[in-house]
Design a protein. Sequence first.
Length: 260
Amino acid sequence: MKCSEFIQILKQQADESYACSWDNVGLLVGSSEKEIHKIYIALDASDEAIAEAIAERADLLLTHHPLIFQGMKRITEQDFIGRRVIALIRADISYYAMHTNFDVMGMADLASDRIHLKHRKPLEVTCVEDGTAFGIGRVGELENKMKLSECCTLIKSAFDLKHVKVFGNLQSIVKRAAICPGAGKSNVAHALEAGAQVYITGDIDHHTGIDAAACGMAVIDAGHYGIEHIFISYMSEYIQKNVPGLTVVRQDRMEPFQIV
């Protein structure tokens, strides 16, 4: 099928209109008229992901995080983004990103499902349609009251993690929880306002973490990649279900850092 036809199927899951105004989603490199037979899925359009997509002879690279966020005045090999764009064009690989539109229409509920979050609603409302609120993150109730330490165990199991970073008293009891996959610093205030006893997210810095704990809300930092890697498996299954004729290749689980 043509790239434009495939994009319409992606839009049925998370239309580009749900993306935040500052974001850059959609077809970012390549032709919408290209014939698509093989898809390569990764979280980021990293050098490794692009090299693997080329090696696999993929026709389209699909990622969560956009390679191009802001305007580019030049595309050259002296710039790492330029090098990646050039590599994609040379290999005739179209490139599509589903970022905050997927956060709103997929990621938050996928993550909430993994921790069995009940009575959930958007943490940060980004739009309302026909009386229904849509937005980033979710806030709701865990299935049972539990110690913060037990909640950490739940998160590690749900997202297949070896470790998490925690701010708060591990013996405190939590039930009302908020979750925001990715970088959640900007939504700490929303989680506090919603009465969350624990906030599960990524990329929390020292001061944000201790300040949240001082306000009575524990924070579990499961990592940016730690939660959002679920994009890869979900989109692979979504494409195989909706376009069974396409070949889908997933990037292997690849933490972007090491702890030594």
